[in-house]
Design a protein around this ligand. Structure first.
Ligand code: FAD
Ligand code: NAP
Length: 553
């Protein structure tokens, strides 16, 4: 492997050791590690700057749902000591600024090509390298490709009759205009009631003349209890960072350091349970689901938490009919990613907000100036699509990835994604995925999972270089066993009961497979480490041709 690009983009030599696709938190840290190890690398990013999720999702109210002191890189002690998060959950502009700061601080931009999509990657068996074709018409050769394309980066435009003919502006939360949107005096329709809508509805309601929220499925949401962070709070976390990060990586199932549950929901009587839920509700945030250790495993336990939240909705929303409509009743709490809000349910007490229940009919049609649902017309000036993403596989599927004999990754994944450890897919050598399907990924504090994958891949490439190995691939057996294990563990939980994007259920025609690995980030990390320690068990590795000849002569 070369230490610098050979400038041989048209020769048989790889121009880069590694091409990384995407410059979100995953691609940025991957680049940093590769450079530290002396690998030549180029990152392609279709956006005009770093930040990924936080570059694209600029809708009002966008902020993280894992506390910022934890939703941040841990790889640099200086970075985590010097950055001042302003709030418990930083808003999108601040997280984007953080990503930009990281790019500048570690000098990453020089190796990132912006405004450029990777369109195609084809494995050239002859020279054992990938030919990577980009939207600027160029092709580069790289020995390895790392897909840091993001799990929630392919915004899903709904297939609704009449949408192209709508005369007002249409905005998708995942592609929000950089200059912002002013809803003053406008009648606004929002389609969707997932996390993106739940964060933006209260703020849009403050601005719009009238807001119509079209709800197909109500979701469970927990108050964020967001607040400014004090110096004392920041210092307390900074001092304790080694332990906080260790617990998040090694012990917490979801990569979040929090008070761990020591018992199941049914181990407490009704009163004690209510006290515990009240405490968690008052504290706010995702860790509500950590009140007990069996909420995602036992339906009866889950029902107790779900019914507590339904009661809270009824307390907040004054009109009992609207409250009933907002109460989720068709999936266990937490089986879709739980939402975290600031005044979402209270927004429905405003006279300028109308909840439109489209459970029975869906949106029937979009007309040039209205949305028709349940046989009723709702006149609007502007439409907001908070309709989510083709999650986990969507951005990978958009790249034409071809291996031996022209077999594409899309063909291989036609019945659902198949990977070994979420890191590689058999038949596609030297192609890594960060937080891919089959890894804890979206079930976790994603930065913890991103750092773990990047470190594993970087260590693996260094191992290969040190051992004269040039090619690596998951074996069919290892992949088959891992896919079965991922599925088996998912079936032990309440997750598969929901029509969630975890299951691919939000995309018509997408195979219903529970995509992330639910075994927990600590368990998963140990498995990955054991695989590496056993000489990358389950991966077939090939030596350089000259080494092979030397070995046989
Ligand atoms: P991304 O940030 O999605 O970056 C991928 C990049 O790849 C994008 O910039 C994209 O443009 C680029 N790309 C994709 N395909 C190509 C291509 N073919 N060519 C070139 N470039 C390409 N997770 C949490 O843990 N906590 C949170 O609080 C949280 N909040 C979220 C809020 C929102 C609104 C959303 C949508 C997601 C949130 N997530 C959260 C998940 C979030 O996606 C991850 O935390 C993390 O930011 C993902 O980083 P990434 O680098 O893996 O992917
Ligand atoms: P989402 O959770 O997939 O929600 C999409 C919403 O749109 C759902 O309510 C869905 O209804 C609705 N919808 C989709 N197509 C529709 C159609 N044709 N007609 C009517 N309704 C339709 O997407 P998201 O809200 O963007 O969130 C995705 C994920 O991103 C989250 O789960 C989370 O992981 C992450 N995120 C996090 C935060 C945060 O708090 N930090 C904020 C935003 C996003 P159905 O449920 O009926 O399909």
């Amino acid at each position: 492997m070369s230490a610098a690009p050979s400038n041989a983009e048209n020769s048989r030599e790889p121009a880069f050791d590694v091409v990384v696709v995407g410059a979100g938190f995953a691609g940025m840290y991957m680049l940093h590690r590769l450079r530290k190890l002396g690998f030549s690398a180029r990152v392609y990013e279709q956006g005009s700057d770093v930040g990924g999720t936080w570059y694209w999702n600029r809708y009002p109210g966008a902020r993280c749902d894992v506390e910022s002191m934890q939703y941040s890189y841990s790889f640099s002690e200086e970075l985590q000591q010097e950055w001042n998060w302003s709030e418990r959950y930083a808003p999108q502009p601040e997280i984007l600024k953080y990503a930009q700061h990281v790019a500048d601080r570690f000098g990453l931009r020089q190796d990132i090509v912006f405004n450029t999509r990777v369109e195609r990657a084809e494995f050239d068996e002859g020279c054992g390298a990938w030919q990577v074709a980009t939207s600027d018409g160029k092709t580069v050769r790289a020995q390895f490709v790392v897909l840091a394309t993001g799990c929630l980066s392919n915004a899903r435009m709904p297939d609704i009759k009449g949408l192209p003919d709508f005369e007002g502006n249409v905005y998708h939360t995942g592609h929000w205009p950089h200059e912002g949107v002013d809803f003053t005096n406008l009648r606004v329709g929002v389609i969707g009631t997932g996390s993106s809508a739940i964060q933006s509805v209260p703020l849009m309601a403050e601005q719009a003349r009238h807001l119509f929220v079209f709800q197909r499925t109500p979701n469970f949401s927990i108050p964020a209890r967001n607040a400014a962070l004090t110096d004392e709070e920041r210092d307390a976390v900074r001092k304790n960072y080694p332990e906080i990060r260790r617990v998040a990586r090694e012990e917490a199932r979801n990569g979040i350091y929090a008070e761990m549950p020591d018992r199941g929901a049914l181990d407490d009587g009704e009163n004690a349970r209510r006290v515990k839920y009240e405490q968690r509700w008052a504290k706010g945030g995702l860790t509500f689901m950590m009140a007990y250790n069996n909420l995602l495993l036992d339906q009866t336990a889950n029902d107790t938490a779900a019914s507590f939240v339904r009661d809270k909705i009824a307390e907040i929303v004054r009109d009992p009919a609207i409250a009933r409509c907002l109460q989720p009743d068709n999936h266990p709490i937490g089986s879709k990613r739980i939402c975290v809000d600031t005044d979402y349910y209270a927004a429905f007490n405003r006279p300028n907000v109308t909840l439109v229940d489209i459970r029975a009919t869906g949106v029937e049609e979009i007309l040039p100036n209205a949305v028709r649902a349940g046989g009723q017309m709702h006149e609007i000036d502007t439409l907001v699509l908070a309709t989510g993403f083709d999650a986990m596989t969507g951005s990978v599927a958009k790249i034409d990835i071809r291996s031996r004999d022209g077999r594409t990754l899309n063909q291989k994944w036609a019945a659902g994604p198949k990977t070994y450890l979420g890191l590689m897919s058999e038949g596609f050598p030297n192609l890594f995925i960060i937080t891919g399907p089959g890894s804890p990924s979206v079930l976790s504090n994603m930065i913890v999972s991103i750092e773990q994958h990047v470190d594993w891949i970087a260590d693996c490439l260094a191992f290969m270089r040190n051992h004269g190995l040039v090619s690596m691939e998951a074996t069919p057996d290892a992949e088959e066993q891992w896919v079965a294990h991922v599925n088996e563990v998912a079936q032990m939980t309440v997750y598969p009961q929901a029509n969630s994007w975890y299951m691919g259920a939000n995309i018509p025609g997408k195979p219903r497979i529970f995509m992330p690995y639910i075994g927990g980030v600590g368990v998963y990390r140990r498995i990955c480490n054991e695989v590496a320690a056993a000489g990358y068990r389950g991966f077939a590795m090939t030596a350089r041709q000259t080494d092979r000849l030397a070995a046989t002569s």
